[in-house]
Design a protein. Structure first.
Lengths: 294, 233, 364
């Protein structure tokens, strides 16, 4: 085992872990707060990425301007999705069915729209930080470092927001006991909208930061969607801590498998790990099962 | 302050309240007495927006709040302390209390409110970090009451405060409610037995199968043993 | 029950409960008529220029309808959010492809194994999956979909064909028949498969198994408390669904003369989902209607190219939220309102006392 290999595996693991965590954060947040499995999460990711691309290529603005635009576009898109497709079925018995199909439909529409507006050609989104350095024979990109820092920072921010701020606590309250929350004058439906918008912003941010590392095309949302889903369930639906830990566990696992067994085994390896986890402990690492009502 | 006119409400397929008229005046303590299953909870839920009424009106401070959302009704000052407590199970005692003061203007005054609530129930301060789901029945009730007191309530609607509680805790709860009332709070209390409410009540309504069958001053009705026995058993 | 009958007779006969015998509700004439039409259709169509093309469309329709119905059985009736349907279709297709091209078996024999292997695969997927709550099923079945796809791309040569799929699979041969006649025979084969699948699925829906499954879907705790073994019931349903899906996969393989990894493409999955959602989620005729709509419209929508996916997605989302029951129930309601038979008259109120003898037995 070469030193370089280990460093490569670790760097890859931390980087993948941050990416997975970032993607999963928004998804688990929405599930925890609204009990909504948002299969359009990948689509929102793509909206952010394409919005940033458009700002850079059509408006000729630097990526630093495009970044907040991408985030805002994604948040706005998510909020509109909530208004049109989620809010009408909130509280109704067919909620699970309707939102499952609706979010799938939205995913398809977004990738079709991306195809129509931009074309199927791969687009290049410039990184916020370019350049890299070599550490122990391994290339460490500055953008990669940014992704890691951003991901960890966002986890911290979201955690602090939910734990110590008035609106964050309200989000938690609504997810635990909806009726009581409304009796405390917490506007339940608006709170849902807020959470969905926040999760959209997170997906959009991920989209802008991660798209430089692959070629952006209309199908780019599907893989991140699957990855987010895997990490979220592995970590335990609704658990922020779970998303973080699961992201890193899976990221490191995949990275080591890739370095020592080859790329072909990386994805199947992760899938098998998931299947094992779901059989042995379906609630995931930190899943708490059904929350009891007092 | 709170006026209910001809309120009709029910659940899918059945009507539970068949036209309720009642009034709660400023700083008044009004009790709705009735056996279980006759509509007490339905009445409170219909007033506070958790259950949309089918007919009738609810007026608060002159405003028609009949069709308002529960969170808007609560923000206006009509605060419901529900049956079953409905605490936030994964949040701590302290956090549950804070949520009681969620309303914007109330939030800024939360420290003072916390102090007042700690005076009533000192243990809340000592065990602020404990998760709500690990509390005993009596403690949950006290927390639910305290949470309601953290709010901007001008009138408190309390659903069966002593349900399922041991005698000592029951006394504590009613004593606290009395303290609150003496501070000027209006009360609409739904209860099943008349034993502890004497100190709080100005007027009493008797509720039977979804209709109010008697109304009168507390001294009259609460001391009429024969009436209460035949009615409440 | 007329007033006349109520008055003098002491014995009251209970009215026939229409719902208890569902097969009595389906008009035998309607079914026979449809079947005869189906048999005669190809001969009529071959008279037309585009006849051949239409027959091809119909074959496609039959097979898609089978898969859609099978998927609807577990999603609509069972409430199980499984996305493994396409993978099972592929299992069926690949089974018969391998048997026919690697082992040289006759397609008619090889295809018999498609449903069996698909069923085994379904049980294999179902064992870990069906124990879990809805959301997790989505993920696990998607994982199987992906695993299957990766396997068909990177697996051993006799399966993956070097990553291109299996391309020279023997097709169905009906003796020396070729051309138009052969197409018609292919049509009949597809129609028979469709008919059998539809019949079996219809029977399952109206059987105790079907009732158990919908009971589980609507109120799990109650159903379980009544003694329904949720796991076993779901597994059986899953297996039945896989049986016909695998069979359809096998048919399409020999019809096309090959099978490729494009069967796993997301758009195909979405099309199937659209058939169920638009046609009528959880109804018998819904997926059939949906299949007809999607395949029928597809021909026109080719012209608008990429807008098709956009509309499909939006319509899917729109119907799921605003008309979740789908088209079939709406059509049913309209039919009943304007064209259907008059509802039976309400039971007659006997206001005047019946003859003393009749009143003595409590009035029925």
């Amino acid at each position: 085992m070469h030193d370089t290999q280990i460093v490569q595996a670790v760097w890859g693991g931390v980087l993948f872990g941050s990416v997975y965590g970032l993607m999963a954060l928004g998804l688990t947040l929405v599930w925890g707060a609204v009990r909504l499995l948002n299969l359009a999460h990948g689509a929102i990711f793509v909206v952010g990425a394409y919005a940033a691309y458009w700002v850079v290529s059509s408006l000729h603005q630097p990526i630093l301007v495009a970044l907040p635009v991408g985030v805002a576009a994604a948040a706005a898109f998510a909020y509109v999705m909530h208004l049109v497709f989620i809010r009408p079925v909130l509280g109704k018995p067919g909620f699970d069915n309707s939102t499952l199909v609706a979010t799938v439909g939205i995913s398809i529409s977004v990738s079709a729209a991306a195809l129509l507006i931009f074309n199927p050609e791969y687009k290049v989104v410039p990184p916020v930080l370019s350049g890299s350095t070599i550490v122990a024979g391994v290339q460490i990109t500055y953008q990669g470092l940014l992704v890691i820092v951003t991901s960890l920072a966002l986890f911290a921010i979201v955690y602090l927001f939910l734990t110590y701020t008035r609106h964050g606590m309200a989000i938690r309250a609504v997810s635990q006991q909806m009726e009581a929350a409304s009796l405390m004058s917490i506007p339940v439906v608006q709170t849902y909208g807020l959470v969905i918008a926040i999760s959209g912003a997170l997906a959009g941010l991920a989209g802008v930061l991660l798209s430089p590392s692959f070629f952006l095309n209309p199908q780019s949302g599907f893989n991140p969607m699957i990855q987010a889903l895997i990490v979220t369930i592995f970590g335990g639906l609704g658990s922020i801590r779970g998303a973080l830990v699961a992201g890193f566990v899976l990221g490191v696992f995949e990275s080591f498998v890739e370095v020592f067994y080859g790329v072909a085994w990386a994805q199947p390896g992760v899938f098998i790990l998931i299947i094992v986890m779901l059989i042995v402990r379906p609630n995931g690492l930190f899943g708490i099962g059904e929350v009891k009502r007092l | 302050m709170l006026e209910v006119k001809g309120l009709v409400a029910g659940y899918a397929g059945s009507e539970v309240l068949h036209g309720i008229d009642l009034v709660v005046n400023d700083a008044e303590g009004v009790i709705v007495l009735g056996p279980n299953g006759h509509g007490k909870t339905t009445l409170l839920r219909a007033i506070t927006g958790l259950l949309p009424p089918r007919a009738g009106q609810v007026l608060f401070d002159g405003k028609d709040i009949t069709r308002w959302r529960p969170d808007v009704i609560a923000a206006a000052g009509v605060v419901h302390i529900p049956q079953g407590d409905l605490l936030f199970p994964e949040m701590s005692v302290f956090e549950n209390l804070l949520m009681g003061a969620y309303h914007g203007p109330t939030w800024s005054g939360r420290k003072a409110r916390l102090e007042r609530v700690y005076e009533l129930f000192p243990w809340l301060k000592e065990r602020g970090g404990q998760l709500a789901r690990s509390l005993s029945g009596g403690e949950r009730r006290m927390l639910a009451l305290a949470r309601g007191l953290m709010s901007q309530a001008k009138i408190l609607l309390i659903d069966e405060p002593s349900l399922g509680l041991a005698p000592l805790t029951t006394q504590q709860i009613y004593a606290s409610i009395r303290t609150v009332k003496e501070g000027g709070m209006s009360l609409l209390l739904a209860d099943e037995n008349a034993n502890h409410v004497a100190g709080l009540a100005d007027r009493v309504y008797l509720l039977e199968t979804g209709m109010l069958v008697r109304e009168g001053p507390a001294q009259e009705l609460l001391h009429d043993k024969a009436l209460l026995e035949s009615y409440l058993g | 029950m007329s007033v006349r009958a109520a008055a003098p007779t002491a014995i009251a006969r209970p009215a026939v409960d229409q719902a208890a015998a569902p097969w009595r509700r389906v008009s035998l004439i309607a079914v026979a008529g449809t079947v005869l039409a189906g048999i005669a259709l190809p001969w009529v169509l071959t008279r037309l220029d585009i006849g051949d093309y239409l027959i091809t469309l119909l074959i496609l329709f039959f097979m898609q309808a089978v898969v859609a119905q099978s998927w609807n059985l577990i999603m609509g009736y069972g409430g199980i959010y499984s996305f493994a349907q396409v993978a099972l279709f592929a299992v069926g297709g690949w089974t018969t492809a391998v048997l026919a091209s690697s082992l040289g078996w006759n397609p008619f024999v090889a295809i018999l194994f498609s449903p069996v292997i698909a069923m085994i695969a379904a049980i294999g997927i179902g064992l870990p999956t069906l124990r879990l709550r809805g959301v997790y099923v989505v993920l696990l079945t998607l994982a199987f979909h992906e695993l299957a796809r990766v396997f068909t791309v990177t697996g051993p040569r006799f399966i993956s064909g070097g990553g291109y799929g299996l391309v020279s699979v023997p097709t169905f041969q009906f003796g020396d028949v070729i051309g138009e006649r052969r197409t018609i025979y292919l049509y009949y084969l597809a129609m028979v498969i469709f008919a059998i699948a539809s019949f079996v699925i219809w029977r399952v829906i109206h059987s105790p198994l079907g009732v158990a499954v919908t009971a589980l879907r609507d109120s799990e705790t109650y159903a379980v408390s009544r003694g329904i073994n949720q796991f076993r019931v779901r597994l059986i349903l899953f297996a039945i669904s896989a049986f016909f899906t695998g069979l359809a996969g096998g048919y399409m393989t020999h019809y096309n003369g090959g099978i490729s990894t494009s069967v796993f493409d997301f758009p195909r999955l979405i099309d199937l989902l659209a058939m169920i959602v638009i046609g009528g989620w959880g109804t018998f005729a819904g997926p059939i209607l949906g299949a007809g709509i999607i395949i029928g419209l597809d021909q026109y929508l080719v012209a608008i190219g990429d807008y098709r996916a956009l509309f499909e997605g939006l319509i899917l989302a729109g119907i799921a939220v605003f008309a979740p029951q789908g088209l079939w129930p709406l059509i049913r309601k309209t039919y009943d309102k304007y064209l259907g038979p008059e509802p039976p008259p309400p039971p007659v109120q006997a206001d005047q006392p019946i003859a003393a003898a009749g009143a003595a037995d409590g009035g029925g």
